[in-house]
Design a binder for this molecule. Structure first.
Ligand SMILES: [Fe+2]
Ligand SMILES: [Fe+2]
Length: 263
């Protein structure tokens, strides 16, 4: 086994919540903005299994180190959504029982790669497509990570702060995995580089844009990343993605948020 493989497996776990003081969380409560952000995040986290289904179409998904990552990644993401929903409930704002089903029902075709007619394209570009998936994964994980970090700094609720810190630690690993593996595949194939660049440029949307309407995406962005913090985030993410082979100079977040008027 590769050392990287062992390292990942040994740290993967459900986020720890046994030491969280839910009563204190209830007393401090959540702001309206926090309720909105937590519901948004919980909805998105709980849809991760749909992405797993797409990722499993890749042949490389069955390479031992990739399948180990995908399994643990999905397990970790599930508990992100689950614990955020627990916090909402502890603070007196439970999500509906059938929430996951309801959100799934709202999912529009343009969510992440489904909008790309992924199954069809991935058959045509069988060898190039894994790089596309992994590059999309990298940008989504990075923006999610920054969202949790920001929420951690903004909140007055100690339980929320702890949850964000622990979730962010896992999101950081997710991002590193997607980013490094995307780079590996992009380095190997000019076709993958060209396809990834095209599809990111034409089809990338922020996390959740398929299950949330544009005004909800914009609201989330304006709560967490208003003004200068937003411009900084957008620039940082675009600059990082542009370091991947074939993506030199690419701008993804900037044009999206300029279009929506959020920047
Ligand atoms: Fe997550
Ligand atoms: Fe993640």
């Amino acid at each position: 086994m590769r050392p990287e493989f062992d390292r990942y497996i040994s740290v993967s776990a459900k986020i720890e919540t046994r030491d969280i003081d839910w009563e204190e969380a209830r007393q401090v409560g959540l702001t309206e903005d926090e309720k909105f952000v937590l519901t948004y995040f919980s909805d998105i986290e709980s849809q991760t299994i749909r992405y797993l289904r797409m990722l499993l179409q890749m042949k490389i998904a069955f390479k031992p180190e990739v399948s180990a990552f995908l399994t643990t990644w999905n397990y970790e993401e599930f508990f992100h959504g689950y614990e955020l929903a627990n916090l909402l409930a502890a603070c007196g704002h439970p999500l509906e029982d059938n929430r996951i089903e309801k959100v799934k029902g709202r999912a529009r075709l343009n969510e992440w790669l489904e909008m790309l007619f992924a199954p069809l394209l991935s058959k045509i570009f069988y060898h190039q497509f894994p790089a596309v998936y992994l590059a999309f994964g990298a940008i989504q994980e990075m923006t999610t990570l920054r969202g949790y970090e920001r929420l951690q700094n903004m909140t007055r609720n100690p339980a929320l702060r702890t949850l964000c810190e622990r979730i962010a630690k896992q999101e950081r690993r997710h991002f590193a995995w997607y980013f490094n593996h995307a780079r590996e595949l992009l380095e190997q194939s000019p076709g993958a580089r060209a396809l990834t660049r095209k599809l990111l440029q034409f089809n990338w949307v922020p996390v959740g844009a398929g299950v949330k309407n544009p005004s909800e995406v914009q609201k989330l962005f304006s709560i967490l990343f208003s003004g200068e913090t937003g411009r900084k985030l957008v620039n940082e993410v675009d600059t990082k993605m542009a370091t991947l082979p074939g993506l030199e100079g690419i701008r993804l977040m900037e044009p999206y948020f300029e279009r929506t008027g959020a920047l």
